[in-house]
Design a binder for this molecule. Sequence first.
Ligand code: MF3
Ligand code: CO
Length: 271
Amino acid sequence: MGILRRVHLKTDSEIELIKKSSLLVGKTLGEVAKLMKPGVPLYYIDRVAEDFIRDNHGIPSCKGYCPGRGYVPYPATLCLSVNDVIVHGIPNGYVLKEGDIVTADCVASVGGWHGDFAYTFAIGEVSEEKRLLMERTKASLYEALKFAVVGKRIGDVSHAVESYLKPYRYGIIRELCGHGIGRSMHEAPDVPNYGPAGQGEMIRPGMVFCIEPMIAAGTHKIKEDNDGWTIRTADGKPAAHYEHQVAINSKGQTEVISTYQYIEEALGMNN
Ligand code: MF3
Ligand code: CO
């Protein structure tokens, strides 16, 4: 989504500041995770997230965010994307029900640096189609993380997602991609979820970027609602989306600065 093409490299102390924001996002999503059950309305989850961020001296980055002329400012703290909504679902009066899947995507800043990551939740028991889609989308993210290392290129990360998912014949969303992040929510480089290996920016110390496979059970084609934000699968099949944020420190080590720890504790998963 970014339009500034130069990669802004960060110092180790700047990476430490970004980590604070990522930690706040992690804890916020931990609170969100506790509400992912039947009967809970989306706007309530959003309010809890906004209050939690502000109580912890953060600012919700999406609220009021406007990517350019002609866009409506984004009205909420979280993106809550249910079932066939891929991304940018606006938290509204919809009440969660058994069998839904919902992606919570949260961006927050502390001291002007942004943390950004996302997780797809199952509401109660979900269909096998949804369960496998979630499992494999998450696994594709962890596969991609193996390539987010010095000496590889962004295209290697992109290719890892695509090649991992190839056997499943899912739809890989093409219009949306991961991104660099720092003082802005979206910076160079773009991190697509498909494409040839060996292309794109060299991964190097100081880079901070988000990897976020957005994957549909059916077609890769999308359609947009007329609210200016909500993006759905064109065929109405479900989509999943997991996002992690990585930093390459001055020693050339990759640090995953996002954390699912608080989410998975809240969900009672032990890993
Ligand atoms: N994590 C989402 C992204 O990278 C956040 C979008 S917030 C919004 O696109 F304001 F653009 F909705
Ligand atoms: Co993002």
